[in-house]
Design a protein around this ligand. Structure first.
Ligand code: AMP
Ligand code: ZN
Ligand code: ZN
Length: 305
């Protein structure tokens, strides 16, 4: 297979675009697509101070690398959840730290254990749903660090496979409320929040993995958290890949056409109440994160007595 641009040996065949590319032209195109997403969906400005949430996995490290290559001012944030099973947190933290060190980039490490005195396994005792706990904690920490660090936007490594499978899941259940809120840029609807952006939303997992490989990025390949119950999202991703195999380009079309039409879905305006403990927007008197802290601490005290 030869590169469509220079006839050198190709490293990837992008059937959706009828394009085979060599290393050099693949990287060039990858950066073009990131920039295209940033412009098309007004994700950020050249002057924006960006906080990239990095998990130590391929997507978020590829994103940090690409934003830096494109000349954006991007710092990283690693959230250490204190997951000891399979040494998960320690290994992924090291990948993020080494990446930052090698490239002379600024990484903020936020340890949940050090800040709140509770590890993820302890926090999980405050709730029955393991994965939702992880999401609540990460969201709270990302918002807090973005605000306190004076960043303009918060970027995550969600790729096209992630976005298309979430969209499919929302549509299979006709969850119009969630569909209405799914976007490459989610605006801040409260003064304490910052816009959340997904600059990799037009690139597949295969493309981000190839980019990470070509750019020599060392990442945790076992990205799935050991507590993850991500079976449904994996099944949906596989289903989409099977359709893609049959009709290349469907995944991208499904997602980008949705973005064109998403105004047909409406969402209720979120309540503008504030959590009485942390001050971040909340549906009730306490936000879901502070409720979680409280419950986990109460359980801990009960056990100790
Ligand atoms: P996930 O929910 O694990 O698929 O991750 C989605 C995105 O959230 C990743 O691409 C990262 O941008 C971010 N993220 C996940 N885990 C962490 C973490 N421990 N610290 C910082 N950011 C994270
Ligand atoms: Zn080439
Ligand atoms: Zn709170």
């Amino acid at each position: 297979m030869r590169c469509s641009r220079c006839r050198e040996q190709a490293v990837i065949n992008l059937r959706a675009h009828r394009l085979a590319l060599c290393e050099e032209h693949f990287v060039e195109r990858f950066l073009e697509v990131v920039e295209r997403a940033i412009r098309r969906y007004s994700l950020m400005r050249r002057s924006s101070r960006v906080l990239v949430a990095v998990s130590g996995g391929k997507d978020s490290l590829a994103l940090w690398d690409a934003l830096t290559e494109l000349g954006y001012r991007a710092d990283g944030l690693y959230i250490d959840l204190g997951i000891r099973r399979q040494d998960y947190s320690r290994i992924s933290r090291e990948k993020a730290e080494r990446f930052a060190e090698q490239r002379g980039l600024e990484l903020r490490v936020f340890s949940v254990q050090e800040e709140y005195g509770l590890s993820m396994p302890e926090l999980r005792r405050g709730s029955r749903e393991v994965c939702s706990v992880c999401g609540i904690v990460k969201r709270h920490v990302m918002n807090r660090v973005a605000l306190e660090g004076g960043y303009h936007v918060l970027a995550t490594g969600h790729n096209l496979d992630d976005e298309a499978s979430v969209l499919l899941s929302n549509l299979l259940r006709w969850n119009t409320e969630l569909a209405a809120r799914q976007a490459p840029r989610v605006e801040a609807w409260h003064e304490k929040l910052r816009p959340k952006v997904k600059p990799l939303c037009l690139l597949t997992e295969k493309e981000t993995a190839t980019y990470a490989l070509v750019r020599g990025i060392d990442y945790v390949s076992e990205l799935e958290c050991p507590f993850s119950a991500g079976a449904t999202s994996i099944a949906l991703k596989e289903a989409l890949n099977r359709i893609e195999e049959h009709s290349p380009g469907t995944k991208l079309y499904f997602y980008t056409q949705f973005l064109k039409h998403r105004r047909i879905f409406r969402s209720e305006k979120p309540a503008k109440r504030e959590c009485r403990s942390c001050g971040f927007p909340s549906a009730g008197e306490l936000c879901s994160f502070c409720r979680l802290l409280l419950k986990s601490r109460l359980r801990g005290e009960k056990r100790d007595n």
